[in-house]
Write a protein that binds this ligand. Structure first.
Ligand code: PMP
Length: 400
């Protein structure tokens, strides 16, 4: 008998299962609102012009394929730090930030979780928003954390349960890791406003909690600077230890290149140097060193003033299309007798908790070939001029 004979099937991914069902659906007017990526007006993953330009320059001047350093391409790490913490950040000037390129934002979360588990020991706890991106739980559980939840989404107001959030964070033991979405919360689309962020940051500091900011959609709500508010406020408030995991998958439309980074902020330069050595040791034990191509593309764009400006423009177009689709959906729903969906324009990023029930999601799929997650999460970027009237009509019909 095979040594693998007792191995059980892992549970299937609900999102991938939905995509398979969508692909197999023969109805011509089908729409997949379940996707987790940004697609353009034509339903395609865009290839940004700024990226294409760097890629063509690389192709004209091919280079040998040596290994990158364990913590990645130095120019990429430097550019990432400036984007996250601000070009004139006192934290960067003081040498308090240790940044390493990682295999996507997921790699940053995993390396960060592994290292924090080593630092915090067997009693390590992490508090995750309710709800959150499913992989947050998987990554921290697998790294050996005890998982806790804090209240976040309020279904009644379709906004943040801010009182509940503050109450839950206020009850956590000092040293608990608090996982925060910097902007464009996945899956709800519901973000904290500036006043709420100030309060949360003050509480995290006062209670000696360990903020871990996940920023996977920088530039998708209001622009790269404004979307980094949470990180900037943690720095300004004098929080002496926090962590940031960032991803360029969406903001550069480079999903398969796996470009992300992990940054640990320490109390001073010397602490950051020790953290850097520990981040590198953790990467070494996981996958030795990251991949070069995507990092060359991102660094090539961010290091050139001209290409960087072009990137901000292209990112702005993606952001603008998302905002336009949200506004159009609200108008079209209202025109079809469903004015209760005004909250779509108060949500941020590609995702929205629509408030549609499991039964309504099922009706959309069965009667209209419109696919959404059973939680009611929809991807607004999947809407376009060609399908939005059909979707608005169907949503209004199942909402009666
Ligand atoms: N964090 C959040 C909240 C995300 O939604 C995602 C991507 N879906 C990631 C992290 C990971 O990004 P990547 O694809 O770069 O691993």
């Amino acid at each position: 008998m095979s040594l693998f004979a007792h191995v059980e099937m892992a549970p299937g991914d609900p999102i991938l299962g939905l995509t398979e069902q969508y692909l197999a659906d023969p109805r011509p007017n089908k729409v997949n609102l379940g996707v987790g990526i940004y697609v353009d007006e034509a339903g395609r993953v865009p290839l940004l012009e700024c990226v294409r330009e760097v890629e063509q320059a690389l192709a004209r001047d091919p280079r040998p394929r040596g290994y990158l350093p364990i913590d990645g391409l130095p120019a990429y790490d430097r550019a990432t730090q400036k984007l996250l913490f601000g070009a004139d950040s006192p934290l960067l000037a003081a040498g308090r930030v240790a940044t390493a390129q990682t295999i996507g934002g997921s790699g940053a979360l995993r390396v960060g979780a592994d290292l924090l588990r080593q630092i915090l020991g067997p009693g390590a706890k992490v508090a995750i928003s309710s709800p959150s991106w499913g992989n947050h739980h998987v990554v921290f559980r697998t790294a050996g954390f005890e998982l806790l939840e804090y209240r976040y989404y309020d279904p009644a107001s379709k906004g943040v349960d801010h009182a509940g959030l503050l109450e839950d964070l206020g009850r956590l033991q000092p040293g608990t890791v608090v996982l925060l979405h910097a902007c464009c919360h996945n899956p709800t689309g519901v973000d904290l406003d500036a006043t709420q962020w100030h309060q949360v940051v003050a509480l995290l500091k006062e209670r000696h909690l360990l903020p871990f900011v996940d920023i996977a959609y920088q530039g998708f709500d209001r622009g790269t600077e404004r979307d980094a508010l949470a990180i900037r406020l943690l720095g300004e408030a004098g929080v002496d230890a926090f962590v940031v995991a960032n991803s360029y998958s969406k903001s550069f439309s480079l999903y398969g290149e796996r470009v992300g980074a992990l940054s640990f902020v320490g109390a001073d330069r010397e602490e950051a140097a020790r953290l850097r050595s520990r981040i590198k040791a953790t990467i070494r034990a996981n996958y030795s060193s990251p991949a070069a191509h995507g990092a060359l593309l991102v660094a090539g764009v961010l290091e050139s003033d001209e290409l960087r400006a072009r990137w901000e423009g292209e990112l702005g177009q993606m952001r603008g299309r998302i905002h336009a689709m949200r506004a159009a959906l609200v108008d079209k729903l209202a025109a079809r007798g469903a004015p209760q969906y005004g909250f779509f324009t108060r949500q941020a990023g590609m995702f929205s908790y629509s408030g549609l029930s499991r039964a309504q999601v099922e009706r959309l799929r069965e009667e209209y070939a419109i696919y959404a997650l059973s939680t009611g999460r929809i991807c607004v970027a999947a809407l376009n001029e060609a399908n939005i009237d059909y979707v608005a009509g169907a949503v209004a019909a199942v909402s009666k």
